[in-house]
Design a protein around this ligand. Structure first.
Ligand code: ARG
Length: 587
């Protein structure tokens, strides 16, 4: 469609020149004005001529009829003026032939805007905090981030996926205390990250209990800053030791990280995700002082109640904390050091950070600090936020236990799909394989169906439904295209057999794929792809229900229909791949 739209714009540029004179409107300007009318009775492409009336100094209906007279093109069966609109009606057979041949020629590159050649994008996503549960709240950063990576790769960018593990900070002091008190190697080895989480919860509860006890007898109003906990003090001391390079603590810490990573890897594997770098927060410990120094030398640091901050009043933001009173670094400090390092390492054209919208202020603040520090690449930093997830209407809360671990979520989805598929597939291995692809796909598809910024209420039954706009439904549609082509034994060729409205609609839907990809990239919005997949699946299924494909008696028509089916299979495969979904050929 994009090609035809461009062609139409060029055609119009000439027509405008012919009818009204040189240099009035460029093809690019006209391109921007072209629309797809919502109702096909008006045509397939339209030029609202009121947009031209200012440059051409003529009434829209006049412009439309003058242009209609001078235009003709084989790809349009009709070009006419209707009121202030110039409407183009596409000739279905010629159009579908061109779309299908474009898809065949480009293969799995069809739809790529090829705008990333020679450019590098760094994507920071997933990035869970070690020894804390990897839960449904991380689904967003993980699948949105990975899909953005795939989209950029598709566009030709060199991409670096970074899992910026939360592997440093005071929580490790707590964990070390808890481990020394209650833990042991064997239990952790056997129980993995779950045991670490247990220890972490236990020490937090114990600290809270100590603090509450220390506040007994002190009136409510005077309690601020008076809570005391020996365990909290001990934790701080252990973290200090860790920072100072204490061997015993370092060994424990390394073990905590690797045990956690092992667990995350299982989920990543299921999702088909791998990272190019796992450099977590700890890696930047020795890279922060130089940035703090630079801030200080530039006179950007202010001391506020003992802490070092950058004042962001002028930009209507709260201060950005760089050093705590005790001189220790903070989350923004590390992000600044990491960005500088990554720029040096990858010389990126864009650095994308995918996190929950709760962190939007954090990113706005440190992006501004990077700008103030004079780094001229500050405008290449992009924060991509997303909304919160609740489960069956209830908000996530680590403390009350209303968390769903990603691992459990996927296990459950796989189990349910297994139950459904096993009736059709007696072969257990095959059934397990399908259940994995469809179960995991269902969760991802459901998640990526909404605009990323919207809050999501996760309902498993909805995600797994085989009818409705779900992952299983589109994967099933894909499998249907495969089985039709397999049975037919060939992929057909477009012929001059006249096509009906449903076939034309399918071709049109296929033809807008490149445009959708462009807008998905421009908005950092994988859901644009998800929605496109639903449109394509709907167009294909309408075609499937209305038309005989392999069983069509007319040889030419059969061939065209098979070719349309093959083109649909190609585009569905590409599109599903871009949102991290697998494409089993049988379901
Ligand atoms: N570890 C953080 C969290 O779980 C997310 C890190 C996002 N990336 C970054 N560069 N700050 O909240």
């Amino acid at each position: 469609m994009l090609t035809l739209k461009k062609k139409t714009a060029l055609l119009l540029e000439e027509a405008v020149k012919g009818a009204f004179g040189e240099g009035l409107l460029s093809a690019d300007e006209i391109f921007e004005m072209l629309e797809y009318p919502p109702d096909r009775s008006m045509g397939d492409i339209a030029l609202p001529c009121f947009r031209l009336s200012k440059s051409l100094r003529k009434a829209p209906p006049m412009i439309a009829s003058a242009l209609a007279e001078s235009l003709s093109c084989e790809e349009f069966s009709e070009i006419n003026a209707m009121g202030g609109y110039l409407n183009f009606r596409i000739s279905p057979t010629a159009f579908a032939s061109r779309v299908v041949s474009d898809i065949r020629a480009a293969g799995d590159k069809y739809g790529s805007p090829m705008c990333g050649e020679g450019k590098c994008v760094v994507l920071d996503y997933s990035s869970p905090n070690v020894a804390k549960p990897f839960h449904i709240g991380h689904l967003g950063t993980t699948v949105i981030g990975h899909s953005l990576k795939l989209l950029h790769e598709f566009a030709g960018y060199k991409c670096v996926g970074i899992n910026y593990l939360g592997d440093w900070g005071t929580q490790f002091g707590k964990l070390i205390v808890a481990y020394k008190k209650w833990g042991d190697k064997a239990t952790i080895e056997a129980g993995g990250v779950d045991e670490l989480v247990k220890l972490y919860v236990k020490i937090n509860n114990a600290i809270k209990a100590e603090e509450e006890e220390s506040l007994q007898g002190i009136p409510e109003a005077e309690r601020a800053g008076k809570a005391k906990s020996a365990l909290a003090d001990e934790s701080r001391a252990e973290f200090r030791k860790l920072e100072d390079g204490d061997e015993e603590n370092l060994a424990l810490w390394r073990n905590f990280v690797s045990v956690s990573l092992e667990e995350y890897e299982k989920t990543y594997k299921l999702l088909g995700i791998s990272f190019d770098s796992y450099l977590g927060e700890s890696f930047y410990t020795d890279k922060m002082p130089a940035q703090v120094e630079k801030l200080r030398n530039m006179g950007l640091l202010e001391i506020d109640d003992g802490a070092s901050i950058v004042n962001l009043d002028k930009w209507n933001m709260p201060v950005c904390l760089i050093l705590k009173r005790d001189g220790t670094t903070l989350y923004p400090t590390r992000d600044i050091a990491a960005a500088v390092y990554r720029h040096g390492e990858y010389n990126f054209d864009k650095a994308i950070y995918v996190t929950s919208a709760a962190q939007s202020l954090h990113f706005a603040q440190w992006f501004k600090v990077v700008e103030l520090m004079g780094y001229d690449w500050y405008d290449k930093l992009v924060h991509v936020p997303y909304g919160t997830v609740s489960i069956n209407g209830a908000k996530l809360a680590t403390r009350t236990g209303n968390v769903i671990l990603l691992r459990d979520l996927f296990d459950e989805a796989i189990k349910r799909v297994y139950e459904i598929t096993k009736e059709k597939h007696p072969d257990e291995r095959e059934c397990t394989e399908i259940a994995e692809k469809v179960g995991v796909g269902a969760v991802i598809f459901y998640y990526l169906s909404n605009n990323r910024i919207r809050d999501i209420n996760f309902v498993m039954e909805e995600a797994l439904s085989f009818d409705g706009n779900t992952g299983p439904y589109v994967q099933y549609t894909y499998a249907r295209t495969c089985s039709i082509l397999e049975k037919a034994g060939c992929e057909g060729e477009m012929t001059d057999a006249p096509l009906t409205e449903v076939e034309f609609e399918l071709a049109k839907t296929l033809s807008v794929f490149p445009e959708r990809i462009k807008s998905a990239l421009a908005d950092y919005e994988p859901s644009t792809v998800t929605r496109y997949i639903l449109d394509l699946a709907a167009a294909f299924n309408r075609f499937y229900h209305d038309c005989k494909i392999a069983a069509c008696e007319d040889e030419k028509l059969r061939s065209s229909r098979l070719a349309l089916t093959a083109a649909t299979r190609q585009v569905l495969k590409t599109a599903l791949g871009l949102i991290c979904l697998q494409t089993p050929e049988k379901i």
